[in-house]
Structures are given as C-alpha cells and as structure tokens.
Write a new protein. Structure first.
Length: 418
C-alpha cells in the first residue's frame, strides 16, 4: 500500500510499489494487490482493513515523516486497536543523526518515534523514520505459522525503503511463511503477431500449464516494441525454476517461430547488431520516412560501430537521386526503396543496405496513403522490398516503420545463417 495524496494527483510516480513487487517475486512471496491511498485517516484505515481481510501481510510505504499529514502510525494503531507510545531509543537514534549532521533537531521529528503499542521497530534505520513491524490480530486465522497478520511500515524515500525491505521485511516474511519458494520469470520478445494471434497459438500450451501448475504465460503489449510473452514459474529453488522456464520457453518458441526476436533484455537493434557481427557484415542506412530513427536505435547498442558504416537521411528527392543515385521514380515505391538500399551500400561501402521511404502522414504523398512505408534491403547482391501500412499518427508510423525494417533485416540474416 502506497500512501500519499501526491500519488493520487500524479505529482509523484509510484516506483516504490514496482520495486517492492519485483523483490517479493524474487523472494518467492506471492503479491496479489497494490493500493494507493491519500493522506486521510479514515480512508487509510479502510484501506488497511480491506488489505488485511484478503492478505496475511501488508507492506505500507510512506507517511512516516514528521509533518502533520504523516499519519501512517496513527492509522496502523487504530487498526491494531492500540495507542501510540514514544520509543526513547528511537528518539536517541534521531537525535544522533541530527548531531552527526551538525544540525539541531526540530521538535516535530519527535513524532517519528511514536510507535503503536505492541509494534516492533526495525533494526535498520537509514533515515529519521523508523520502520515498523506491527502484528495484527484478526478473526479467521492466518496463512502462516504463529497466527495473526502483520503490517510492515517503511518510509517513502526510495533508498531508505529499499534498505529496510531488503534487510528486514523480506527475511521476516520468509520466516513467517515457513516453506520457501522462488518465483522466476522469462520474457520472450516478439514482433509481427497480434496479442489475440499469439494467444491462439499458445492456447494448447497454456491449457497444459493450467493443468500441471508448473508455470503461467501472460502477454504484455509494448507498443512499438512488440508483444512480450512472460513465462513465470514458482519452485522450491532456482535450479528447478530455471529448468521449468527453459522447457516452457522451448515449447513456446517452437510454436511462435521466428516472430520471437529475443528474450528478457534483448532489443530488436541489439539482436540485429549481434547477427551482423557474427556474420562479419557491415551496414549502411538510407532513411527517408524514418529520418534517422534506425541509426539512433542501432547506435544505442554497444559495439554498433563495428557494424554500422553510416546513414544518409535523404528527405529531399534531389538527395535520393543525386547522392544515392536513385532513379527519378515515385518516392513511395518499391523501386525507390530498392534503389536507396543499393545506393547506400555503394556510397558508404557496406555489405548490407537498408532503406525506408514512405508517407508518414497526415496527408497522402505521391499517390500513397498516409501511413505507407516501403522498406528496401540489399544483401548479397540481391534486393528485396516490403510494403507495410500503419493507420496511426505520424510519430507511430515512423517508429513502427523503424522496428519493422530492423525485423526484416533480422529475418533475412537468420535465413542467411541457415
């Protein structure tokens, strides 16, 4: 649970919950809900009550500061049905921090030492806000040995929160849970299929996994980066989890085919650079409609200088004909795309030429509908052209044309390698 009216107003992005969720997964602890609530005592109490009704443990982040709107301590005490007590040991910790910084402690910092009766202060305290481990008695039993439920309260300052979660919260949660598990995920990166198309292809495997319970498959649409297929396995240890992931990944790849361009942190451009390097090839670009976006993505990859010879951005017809030697034909055509790719190879002295030309929109161009992109590829002395059309805004047409061009190059390099 993330506390702070500023989160609801969009003034601050809640990165803490994402980080905590990731750490819980790595520790093998199931996390089912994430909630945001403003600095209002009644709503915070209601949020805690709901969270405790459906979970054994709640991690609340924020609201432990020294200002009047920092009321997480009061809300937890109300849920526990207890009052607050001032912990003199915490007072001394806070005083010592100000002393080391050669600053006088404001009186309002004393409220950070107020602890719900029955709660335990975390041993790790990077800042002035102590973390709290707060046992809560609930009717209906619990999901861990020892009975009861627990609220962990940590500060909203990211580096303070991360230290407390890593060194206090996660070990305590694992001890309460008893049996330990690990949760591991692997993400396949794909381009060229719709989400519904991928789901249809993988439906038999997903049904099999539903029956065995060994893993799950989920889809994440990533716009101009394609679709991600996330495989998640929960097991007793890393070795077992990795074995499950490898088996499911192998089956998924066999079904999806060459639409899978990488895994986890791979990008389309990093895969293309690796393939070019492995085959000892150099690349030249001629980008009209994409205006240098392909070059920008490739040069983000370490080692791209061994592959990319350079790029020409021939936005004007005279540059296409004068610099690249393209014929005076329709600028949005296969003939132009092929000539640009071959011309880029010749002018920049590369083994492979990749070109884009088209009508980004919003208006038609030389008889071509807005959103039309022609891609030209010159490889091993032969040319190939592909036409795509994206019924989208100008920016997305250019971005999608960029990754589509890179994907065409990737598939041809794979075919070349046999």
């Amino acid at each position: 649970m993330a506390v702070g009216t500023e989160l609801l107003l969009g003034q601050i992005v809640d990165t803490n919950s994402s980080w905590i969720g990731e750490q819980l997964a790595l520790a093998g602890i199931d996390s089912h809900f994430q909630t945001k609530v403003g600095d209002n005592l009644d709503r915070m109490i209601a949020a805690f009550e709901q969270a405790l009704d459906r979970s054994d443990a709640v991690i609340v982040c924020g609201g432990l500061g020294p200002t009047p709107d920092d009321i997480t301590r009061e809300a937890i005490a109300a849920v526990m049905g207890v009052g607050l007590r001032r912990d003199e040991a915490v007072v001394e910790r806070i005083r010592a921090m100000f002393y080391r910084r050669d600053r006088q402690m404001p009186a309002n910092n004393l409220q950070q030492a107020d602890v719900p009766v029955g709660a335990r202060v975390m041993d790790v305290q990077p800042g002035t806000a102590p973390g709290l481990i707060c046992p809560v008695s609930r009717d209906g039993g619990s999901g861990h040995p020892g009975g009861g439920k627990v609220i962990y309260a940590v500060p909203g300052v990211p580096w303070e929160m991360q230290k407390m979660v890593s060194e206090c919260v996660l070990p305590d949660l694992q001890a309460r849970a008893g049996e330990r598990h690990v949760i591991r995920s692997r993400t396949l990166r794909t381009w060229g299929h719709s989400e519904s198309g991928l789901a249809e292809l993988l439906e038999p495997e997903m049904r099999r996994l539903d029956s065995t319970g060994e893993a799950t498959i989920a889809f994440l649409a990533s716009g101009m980066e394609g679709l991600k297929v996330r495989i998640t396995a929960k097991a007793a240890d890393d070795e077992t989890a990795e074995g499950v992931l490898s088996r499911v990944e192998s089956r998924a790849r066999a079904v999806i085919g060459e639409a899978v361009f990488g895994a986890d942190d791979d990008t389309m451009e990093s895969v293309v650079v690796d393939l070019m390097q492995s085959q000892g090839l150099t690349l030249a670009l001629a980008e009209s409609v994409t205006g240098g976006l392909i070059a920008a993505r490739l040069t983000d990859v370490p080692g791209a200088s061994k592959v990319l010879r350079g790029a020409v951005v021939p936005y004007d017809r005279e540059i296409k004909t004068g610099v690249l030697g393209a014929p005076d034909v329709n600028a949005v055509s296969s003939e132009m795309a092929l000539a640009m790719a071959e011309g880029a190879c010749r002018v920049l002295g590369a083994d492979v030429g990749l070109a884009t030309t088209g009508a980004a929109g919003p208006d038609p161009h030389e008889g071509a509908e807005a959103g039309t992109v022609w891609i030209g590829l010159h490889l091993d002395g032969e040319g190939e052209a592909a036409r795509v059309r994206f019924n989208m805004a100008r920016t997305m047409v250019r971005q999608l044309g960029t990754i589509t061009a890179l994907n065409l190059l990737r598939t041809r390099l794979l075919a070349r390698a046999g």
